[in-house]
Design a protein around this ligand. Structure first.
Ligand SMILES: NC(=O)C1=CN([C@@H]2O[C@H](COP(=O)(O)OP(=O)(O)OC[C@H]3O[C@@H](n4cnc5c(N)ncnc54)[C@H](O)[C@@H]3O)[C@@H](O)[C@H]2O)C=CC1
Ligand SMILES: CC(=O)C(=O)O
Ligand SMILES: [Mg+2]
Length: 558
């Protein structure tokens, strides 16, 4: 009541004061009754209804929203993140009620340095930016892609404890090539084809300079840019700004942790990673990111010729089938992984060979999908995986959202066998196998790493994010799982532990920055303080820095 008096609210609210706990319970109760009342309705209707009730809470009470999210992250991540966030982006024009974040468009050229000051918060720590050109596996969604930075930053708040007052979701609207959106009268973005070449880059350059001018210490995460711009912007900015590309670098670390888990699941030492035969379906920003990081990890292992010559454990397919050295016009990033034609190299395969042919001939240990093509690991492909040279064949169906997953866990345990290891980008339920055993549906999503990469980079005060920092993040995630869990087919921890995982990953990133002499520290913790911390001090420090949602008194009680 004192607070109401001091804020001039007496009479503007009903008399009874509800506690935080009561408000929390009331929300959860209304959420559960929504679940009950929509039982039997189509999945998309239910998903959007759940998203709406959470979004309304987000708009009116940030503290309660984030507490609800943190406490129920396993239940709510599929609503604010993949898969529902994909549906929200697709229907953004109809769902739009109020803006969130900032929108920089091609029309703002020359104005960005001043418009950045329109953002009302004094301080920004974490930025997620997209140009909407490749939203999950849903393609070019133009301005509607803003849902992705919003969802990613919700995960930052929940997992990394970034203060929600200091996050900024950003849409760079440079047009869209999606004909349906260009014709849609309700479409909220620029109705023009995407800028290309130098015109495109000059918009992104100006945007990056504007951000850097106002918040030089902010970490900038690039998200869901189409492949050519994902790689180009990463090369262009990674040594000049504190930025990373989550689809290329975050995904790679998560996939590497999963690949190492698959080696352990076979009861083999980690150094046997160099002998794994890995088929990757999808040679886009995510697939190539994974291949680069996996190759680097192999080259660090003992007994491997460090030039990497003669060592190609990967068979990579894109929409035109198996990629070989005779393919014309290959992007140099992809060409590194093209198969040659030596007797060992090609295994009776040919340029453009189909997935099923490749799996039958190679008998891979791992089949990893980042293709954006739902169901491409069909019955025939999965049955061929049963003949894998691994006693525990691993299938990673990493494309998002759920409709784009390369296969389901049910099909994997049915066609590949109960010993298979399964992981997917979007969440699936575990599968009940015979004898009361469980087939684990692991989630292999970059959400295990990006919050820790961003938080670690921020707290280290490093001016850029190096491969060493990313590698430490991946190794930290890989070592999180115990031998017993691995034996049972669990290769990723539960999303419920995301804060705990993020504190560790964040600390690993800080330590790597210290080791590379890049950590400058932040606020009252300087480079020397960071240097003097042990590993466990660093975990404590990172955990202590996490924001946690409670009502802070605005006035002190008498
Ligand atoms: N689980 C996770 O954490 C992540 C998942 N992803 C998912 O990965 C997917 C791909 O993302 P990007 O690599 O950025 O997209 P991209 O558009 O850059 O690449 C897609 C690749 O798939 C290939 N492809 C298309 N049709 C194919 C077919 N029928 N057979 C074989 N290959 C085919 C294309 O040729 C291209 O090489 C998306 O669905 C995205 O949601 C991306 C990042 C993280
Ligand atoms: C998870 C993610 O970043 C993607 O699907 O693009
Ligand atoms: Mg992404």
């Amino acid at each position: 009541m004192t607070e109401r008096d001091r804020l001039g609210l007496r009479g503007l609210l009903p008399p009874r004061v509800m506690s935080f706990e009561q408000q929390y319970d009331r929300f959860i109760k209304s959420f559960r009754s929504l679940e009950h009342n929509t039982r039997g309705e189509p999945d998309t209707i239910v998903a959007l209804a759940k998203w709406r009730i959470l979004n309304r809470l987000h708009d009116r009470n940030e503290t309660l929203y984030y507490r609800v999210l943190i406490d129920n992250i396993k239940d709510f991540a599929p609503i604010i993140y993949t898969p529902t966030v994909g549906l929200v982006c697709e229907n953004y024009s109809g769902l739009f009620r109020r803006p969130r974040g900032m929108y920089f468009s091609a029309k703002d050229k020359g104005e960005m340095m001043s418009m950045i000051y329109n953002w009302p918060a004094e301080k920004v720590d974490m930025i997620v930016v997209t140009d909407g050109s490749r939203i999950l596996g849903l393609g070019d969604l133009g301005v509607q892609g803003i849902g992705i930075p919003i969802g990613k930053l919700d995960v930052y708040v929940a997992a990394a404890g970034i203060n929600p007052q200091k996050v900024l979701p950003i849409m760079l609207d440079v047009g869209t090539n999606n004909a349906k959106l260009l014709e849609d009268k309700l479409y909220l973005g620029l109705r023009q084809p995407r800028l290309e070449g130098e015109e495109y880059l000059s918009v992104v350059d100006e945007f990056m300079e504007a951000i850097h001018a106002r918040w030089p210490k902010a970490v900038i995460q690039f998200e869901d840019f189409q492949m050519k711009w994902a790689f180009e912007t990463l090369q262009r900015y990674r040594n000049r700004f504190c930025m990373f590309n989550d689809d290329v670098q975050g995904t790679a670390g998560v996939a590497l942790a999963g690949l190492l888990g698959a080696v352990r699941a076979q009861g083999r030492p980690l150094t046997d990673f160099t002998k794994q035969k890995i088929v990757v379906v999808g040679a886009g920003s995510a697939g190539i990111g994974v291949l680069n990081m996996a190759k680097q990890a192999m080259l660090r292992m003992p007994g491997i010729n460090r030039s990497g010559e003669g060592h190609n454990q990967f068979w990579v397919l894109d929409k035109d089938g198996l990629i070989t050295k005779v393919r014309n016009g290959l992007d140099p990033a992809v060409a590194r992984f093209a198969r040659g034609f030596g007797p060992d190299e090609i295994r009776d395969l040919h340029e453009g060979a189909s997935l099923v042919e490749v799996v039958k001939k190679v008998k891979p240990h791992v089949l990893l999908g980042l293709s954006g093509v739902g169901g491409i690991f069909n019955e025939e492909v999965l049955k061929a995986m049963k003949e894998s040279d691994s006693p525990r064949p691993a299938i990673f169906a990493m494309s998002n959202p759920t409709s784009k997953a390369e296969c389901t866990p049910e099909d994997v345990f049915k066609y590949v066998g109960e010993n298979a290891i399964f992981a997917s980008g979007s969440p699936f339920s575990n599968v009940t196998l015979g004898n009361g055993r469980k087939g684990y549906a692991n989630q292999a999503n970059n959400m295990y790493l990006f919050p820790g990469i961003g938080l670690g980079a921020l707290l280290s005060g490093a001016r850029h994010i190096t491969d060493g920092m990313l590698q430490s993040a991946a190794e930290c995630l890989a070592s999180y799982i115990t031998e017993d869990e691995i034996r049972r087919g669990i290769i990723f921890p539960s999303i419920s532990s995301i804060r705990h995982i993020t504190a560790r990953v964040g600390a690993a990133v800080v330590r790597a920055a210290v080791d590379e002499d890049l950590a400058e520290g932040r606020c009252d913790v300087d480079a020397r303080d960071l240097k003097s911390m042990t590993e466990s001090d660093t975990v404590d420090y990172v955990a202590r820095k996490m924001w946690y949602p409670i009502y802070s008194p605005l006035v002190n009680d008498k």
